[in-house]
Write a protein that binds this ligand. Structure first.
Ligand SMILES: [Zn+2]
Length: 314
């Protein structure tokens, strides 16, 4: 009679352990499903060509309305001040953006490419944007830099010097860990709209969403290969006319794939973004591709859209 309760206890302990394992698996899979994405917008206030009748202000209003409808937390938009010289009416975008509670960051005054410019010229281009940001984004943390062309410097020395400059000026770097080349659709859309080619516009719509879906799968496959789980992804987008047209459908697509929307600040709290949060550190770029290369892992398959959007409506 002494052994029976003991056996019972042992069985109960095993059952409890099994339950714990099951519970932790459920938590892990729930976390796995709750992958996060931070939308970021480049080339504020003016990106690429527009269809007849479109304006920069109307594009910003469409973007803001779609993000509000989908319940996005406040996003960053990265500014090129030169756009206001070229298109003075676009300056109102800053006010609309800020009135919606969204943030602004630095994308260098003239979108200068650090890989082709001198370091001194590039640094001056970053600083030239600051009075505009000081005014348009007063009282907010606009010290976030998105490298134009994602160019971080063509030599290790130049890259390191630029990082030191950013650290000295209290910048954090807006990394990019998700990007499907959304910018490529804006010029064809402007052309196809001018020609009223609805069949071609339908092709643009389908291929845009297909590219976004395939890219999300590609990034997630890399994160899983590297870490066994998702990281919060930082998505690179542009304030283009076609992006504004597609945003409600794009947000629905990410939602249907299980993504939750977070801020850039929250997403980059993940240890993966250590080098972006602190440019004073001498670390390689915070991209999934470079992390894969560093570990000698092969890139997962990445299906591309099977149409050449650049050939449309010529
Ligand atoms: Zn840009």
């Amino acid at each position: 009679m002494q052994t029976l309760p003991l056996r019972f206890v042992a069985t109960a302990q095993r059952a409890a352990r099994a339950l714990l394992v099951l519970a932790s698996l459920l938590v892990a899979s729930a976390l796995g499903r709750a992958q996060q994405i931070a939308f970021t917008w480049d080339d504020v206030p003016a990106h690429s060509a527009m269809p007849p009748g479109e304006t920069r202000v109307a594009i910003a209003q469409k973007l803001i309305a779609a993000m509000k409808d989908a319940g996005l937390p406040p996003v960053y938009g990265f500014v090129n001040g030169v756009a206001v010289e070229r298109e003075p009416a676009s300056e109102r975008v800053f006010k609309i953006w800020r009135d919606a509670g969204l943030f602004l960051g630095n994308h260098a005054w003239s979108h200068m490419n650090l890989n082709t410019a001198t370091l001194a010229d590039w640094e001056a281009d970053v600083l030239k944007n600051e009075p505009l940001l000081e005014k348009a984004a007063a009282g907010t943390d606009w010290h976030w830099l998105r490298y134009p062309f994602l160019a971080e410097g063509d030599t290790p020395e130049k890259r390191l010097a630029a990082r030191k400059f950013l650290a000295d000026h209290n910048y954090k770097i807006a990394a990019v860990t998700m990007s499907f080349g959304d910018y490529m659709w804006n010029e064809p859309y402007a052309r196809c709209s001018a020609k009223n080619d609805t069949a071609a516009i339908a092709q643009l719509e389908t291929s845009y969403l297909d590219a976004a879906a395939a890219d999300a799968d590609f990034r997630r496959a890399m994160a899983r290969a590297l870490f066994g789980h998702d990281i919060p992804y930082v998505l690179l987008m542009h304030v283009g006319a076609f992006d504004a047209r597609m945003l409600p459908r794009l947000l629905a697509l990410y939602k249907s794939k299980g993504f939750h929307f977070v801020t850039l600040q929250e997403g980059e709290k993940d240890p993966f973004y250590k080098g972006s949060m602190n440019p004073a550190l001498d670390l390689p770029p915070d991209t999934l591709e470079s992390a894969m290369h560093a570990k000698g892992l092969p890139l997962p398959s990445h299906p591309r859209p099977n149409i050449d959007v650049n050939s449309l409506c010529r």
